[in-house]
Design a protein around this ligand. Structure first.
Ligand code: APR
Length: 225
């Protein structure tokens, strides 16, 4: 069985990473148009860099949870027949042991040089304008897909959805495109695992409610039984 799993901020919530649109979410404390657009970066790079530096630093305070680990068990069983497509910029899937993970919105622990176009794994801050390890220029920005920019690797995602037998969406509100349209692109059966109904809940053949750390291990166990 070929499965595509889409994950959103909800899968990392129980690890201690704030989601975007839930109460107390990131977009309550910050205007996304001021910290997550190329225009905002041009207007006030310091504000944007500090926003992502704080999120990057927070990664060292959190660990993958039972939902991340359950997807690793599924990958061990399915191998290349499982693809995790994530909107998340954290590295909790990889730290849990997932190998087949595609980040459509980029990664916090990656810096992108606006001068030489190289990308570099990055742990520390960017606000102090460090030199690019490739070209030496001070043009490193967060390797994050901002509003108005094109998500990464959409061809790969479209092909996987077109060939899948099952599409499962975990921990996303279903309001940001193109991810919110994947349920329509998926050729196979569709399942939503979410704390609350997403904006596209009625587009799924089946929806289950609850925290990811309960729903995902139970679903994986059921599938592998
Ligand atoms: N378990 C399962 N689902 C959860 C949990 C949990 N513990 N906690 C929250 N959720 C669900 C919420 O009900 C909500 O539907 O996760 C979803 C989180 O939604 P958002 O905060 O909107 O996050 P997401 O859907 O990932 O955002 C999509 O928007 O801001 C941009 O680029 C950013 O990738 C992000 C995109």
């Amino acid at each position: 069985m070929r499965i595509v799993v889409l994950t959103g901020a909800g899968i990392s919530a129980e690890s201690g990473l704030t989601t975007f649109r839930d109460s107390g979410g990131l977009w309550e404390g910050h205007d996304p148009m001021q910290v997550a657009t190329p225009e905002a970066y041009a207007d006030d790079p310091g504000l944007v860099q500090h926003f992502y530096d704080a999120r990057r630093a927070a990664l060292s305070q959190v660990e993958p949870n039972a939902a991340h680990h359950a997807l690793v068990r599924l990958e061990d069983a399915l191998g290349d027949d499982l693809l995790v497509v994530t909107q998340n910029v954290d590295d909790l899937h990889e730290r849990a042991g997932s190998r087949r993970v595609h980040h459509i919105h980029g990664r916090l622990r990656s810096a992108w040089c606006t001068r030489c176009d190289e990308r570099h794994d990055w742990q520390g801050p960017l606000a102090d304008g460090p030199a690019c390890p490739s070209c030496g220029a001070s043009g490193l920005r967060p390797d994050i897909v901002w509003f108005g920019e094109i998500p990464y690797g959409m061809d790969l995602v479209e092909q996987a959805l077109d060939a899948c037998d099952l599409f499962v969406s975990i921990g996303t509100s279903g309001v940001v495109y193109p991810a919110a349209a994947f349920v329509h692109w998926a050729r196979g059966a569709t399942l939503e695992l979410n704390l609350e109904p997403s904006a596209g809940a009625t587009d799924f053949a089946e929806s289950r409610r609850g925290p990811a750390t309960h729903l995902v291990p139970a679903w994986v166990e059921e599938l592998l039984a």
